[in-house]
Design a protein around this ligand. Structure first.
Ligand code: C2E
Ligand code: CA
Ligand code: CA
Length: 778
């Protein structure tokens, strides 16, 4: 910018000084021109005046007429002195010098300019310049009349150096008079050798020579302080005759002209250079102190943003502010690095124990597997038994401290090349290469972990459950491996094992169970006939009437076909689906009861309930509401619950079953004989009926032990006022025994398999007329 401004200013100064100069030259030359012309014309008029006075002088005319040379000379001198003329002469009409006051014109010689003389005679006078013997004169020629023309008077001034110098002083210019005389001689036309030239000049000879050879008319370009030795010249042409030519040259030295502005131009040039230098200096100082450091800091910021914290931030030498900014950057970089490291640590470690977290463990295990793909490794999941109890009994502070100590003990294993992690809660993991016997390593680990923990004055004893999954046999990647070890932990927990090694077959079964659960959920939601209720009759052994039925669920899976209730009911119980399933059973059964009652087939249906169903208070309400909505007697609905379900929480069961009893719903103990209930408990049970498990009945006729059990059970039940149902009656012989021992009810394939509801009336018909009709037995 500044460079541009400087150049513009310099250019403008240059241009304006030059144009100024041009004008100055013009006006000065005009002045000089005027001065020269005025001077010459003043002198001319002086000459004319003197000549007129001379030619009018009577005495002079007399002397001319009489040819008195001395008198002529004297008159000429007198007149000449008056005006200080340098040349005075009288010429005869034929061009001879008659009289002369100066040596330049010799008496009796021929006048050097005959043509001029002729002009003067014809024109009654002539004014001109004359070169005589190397001297230049301004002359006037005037005819002398007495009264006829008798001669011509010549009077003139010498144009000499002093005149030229005077003119120079007035006009301040160099003045040169250059006179040339080239007489046209008829005899020798081509001869130029007799050309005479006279030059009177204030210039040196060489300068004059140059001006004459190549006169410069306009001002040219010139560098300051360069000496060109050129002259600007204007020419004034005076008195040109065919023979003679006088040029007056007004000259100016270009160098002198320019010199007056050279200093100015040079100063401006220097100032510009200085300004540019100063601006460059400040620019570079600014760049060094601000721009460059800021650029460096901007680069550093970009590097930091991309996560490079190692590169040193250095903005170089700079101002205090930039220096502070640099320091702030360095601090920010360090803080960011520390924070990122902390975040990375936190994201990879468990905050409580400082062990690796699950995510990080997976990453590292994958790395290990990649580096040692052929080495067998084991993921050992460590599960604290009853950790929940530790928390509940001693509080979470103790629980946390225990976990920390446990982690510290595990860490010792790390020294042997194991990787330790906390997967969550009380789930810990040790990942190690398997060399030799894995079980031995686990025993080692258990020995390490099992000694009592000293926590806040407590001595805490814990037991562990270990579950393993192994690379490469169980899984090829870390994530899958940990999943497998999780599965193994689950199975160990379910089976209450201290150590369990993952097995694919077990997981497949689990997978299948999960599939069944999800299919059952869909079947229940769809209610599309996959699930149906079948009814198996219980025969009253006193009357032979088939007035009671047990409702049994059937599931025909669209792809798997028939699935036995023994295999999906436990799954439904585990997954919480039993609630929906029982709702479906109850609703279907009551609907069916309603149907049969309308068909004038009043009967009673028993429904199997699990412990979870009984524990659900709303179920009884639901049953009661459904029954009363259809105006069915409560006696038409009854429930069965297995002995083992009751015995898992006997007191609770008693209270819950009491509700059913008090609402008038009959309760039967199912599978009696398998749950090892004590006699005293049986006494308090709010039940009406006892079902002897089919395991004792199926082979009853030929198994003496079964006979003893069944018989004593019957006696016992009767003593407590309970009716007895024998299930699994398949043969006539078994039935006969039961009948003989006073068993009230019989249920089994001997009478019928569980039936579709629609098949029940036909079966009834057939039964009554068959030989199985119990009454006929007697
Ligand atoms: P459970 O309550 O002991 O039912 C009696 C089982 O014995 C039924 O098997 C029945 O078909 C079978 N059975 C009856 N008479 C004979 C016989 O003479 N010989 C032989 N070998 N078996 C006989 P099912 O239907 O497979 O039911 C198995 C178990 O599934 C039932 O045992 C019951 O605990 C449960 N269950 C069935 N349906 C339901 C239901 O709707 N809800 C609930 N919670 N459990 C049900
Ligand atoms: Ca049953
Ligand atoms: Ca049973």
């Amino acid at each position: 910018m500044l460079l541009l401004v400087s150049l513009t200013i310099s250019g403008a100064v240059w241009f304006s000084t030059d144009s100024q100069l041009r004008e100055q030259i013009n006006s000065e030359l005009n002045v000089a021109d005027q001065v020269v012309r005025n001077t010459l014309s003043t002198r001319e008029s002086q000459l004319i005046q003197a000549a007129q006075v001379l030619t009018a002088d009577y005495g002079f005319k007399q002397a001319v007429t009489s040819g008195d040379v001395d008198t002529i000379v004297s008159a000429l001198s007198n007149h000449g002195e008056r005006i200080g003329a340098d040349l005075l002469a009288h010429l005869s009409l034929d061009g001879k010098v008659v009289a002369s006051s100066s040596n330049s014109l010799q008496i009796h010689s021929d006048f050097t300019a005959p043509r001029l003389l002729q002009n003067a005679i014809e024109a009654e006078g002539a004014s001109s310049f004359l070169g005589i013997e190397g001297r230049l004169f301004q002359v006037i020629l005037l005819p002398v009349r007495a009264p006829d023309e008798v001669g011509v008077a010549v009077i003139g001034f010498h144009i000499d150096r002093s005149l030229v110098e005077d003119l120079q002083k007035i006009s301040h210019r160099d003045i040169s008079f250059v006179y040339e005389n080239t007489p046209k001689s008829e005899t020798n036309a081509s001869n130029h050798t007799n050309t005479t030239s006279i030059a009177i000049s204030t210039l040196s000879d060489t300068a004059l020579q140059k001006v004459l050879e190549s006169p410069v008319r306009t001002l040219g370009f010139r560098l300051p302080f360069y000496t060109s030795n050129e002259y600007l010249t204007r020419e004034i042409s005076l008195s040109s005759t065919p023979d003679t030519h006088l040029r007056v040259l007004l000259s100016l030295s270009e160098d002198a002209l320019h010199q007056q502005y050279d200093t100015l131009k040079f100063e401006i040039f220097i100032i510009s250079i200085f300004g540019i230098l100063v601006s460059l200096l400040f620019g570079s100082i600014f760049a060094n102190n601000i721009s460059l450091p800021l650029q460096l800091l901007a680069d550093a910021a970009r590097r930091i943003a991309s996560g490079d914290y190692q590169h040193r931030v250095d903005a170089g030498r700079s101002s205090q502010e930039v220096h502070d900014l640099n320091n702030a950057f360095v601090t920010m970089q360090t803080d960011l690095r520390l924070r990122e490291e902390r975040i990375a640590y936190q994201s990879q470690h468990d905050p409580l124990t400082g062990l690796l977290n699950r995510q990080r463990a997976i990453e590292l295990i994958d790395e290990i597997i990649q580096h040692q793909p052929t080495t067998a490794h084991a993921a050992i999941a460590i599960n604290t038994r009853d950790f929940r109890q530790v928390n509940e009994t001693f509080g979470y502070a103790v629980g946390d401290e225990y976990l920390r100590q446990l982690a510290a003990r595990m860490q010792r294993f790390t020294l042997n090349g194991a990787l330790c992690a906390r997967l969550g809660g009380d789930e810990f993991l040790v990942f190690l290469p398997v060399r030799g016997d894995l079980n031995a390593r686990i025993r080692e680990l258990a020995q390490q972990l099992e000694p009592p923990y000293q926590i806040k004055g407590l001595e805490l004893r814990v037991n562990y459950r270990f579950a393993t999954a192994q690379y490469p046999q169980d899984a090829k990647t870390a994530a899958v491996l940990l999943n497998k070890s999780d599965v193994a932990v689950d199975i160990a927990r379910q089976r209450k094992l201290n150590l369990f090694h993952y097995e694919a077959a077990i997981e497949e079964a689990r997978q299948q169970r999960l599939q069944i659960i999800s299919d059952l959920r869909l079947a229940l939601a769809a209610n599309d006939g996959q699930l149906q209720m079948y009814y198996q009759p219980k025969i009253c052994l006193r009357t032979g009437l088939p007035l009671r039925f047990e409702a049994l669920i059937r599931w025909i899976h669209p792809t798997r076909g028939f699935i036995a209730p023994d295999s999906f009911i436990p799954l439904a119980e585990q997954s919480g689906l039993i609630q929906a399933l029982t709702d479906f059973v109850v609703a279907t059964v009551i609907h069916q009861l309603d149907d049969w009652h309308h068909q004038d087939m009043p009967c009673t249906v028993a429904v199997n309930l699990s412990a979870q169903d009984v524990a659900r208070p709303t179920l009884l309400d639901f049953i009661l509401v459904e029954l009363s909505a259809r105006r069915l007697p409560r006696s038409s609905f009854s429930i069965e619950i297995t002995e083992s379900d009751i015995m898992s929480e006997p007191e609770k069961a008693v209270a819950l079953l009491q509700r059913y009893r008090s609402e008038g719903i009959s309760v039967a103990i199912d599978d009696f004989g398998t749950g090892f209930s004590s006699l005293s408990q049986l006494k308090n049970m709010p039940v009406n009926e006892l079902k002897i498990d089919k395991g004792f009945v199926l082979q009853l006729a030929n198994t003496e032990n079964d006979q003893i059990i069944v018989r004593s059970t019957l006696e016992l039940a009767h003593r407590f006022g309970l009716e007895v149902v024998a299930e699994g009656v398949e043969t006539r012989e078994s039935l006969a025994l039961l009948q003989a021992w006073g068993c009230e009810w019989a249920q089994g394939y001997y009478f019928s398999r569980p039936l579709k509801a629609s098949d029940v009336p036909a079966w009834m018909q057939a039964y009554r007329s068959s030989d199985k009709f119990v009454v006929n037995l007697r």
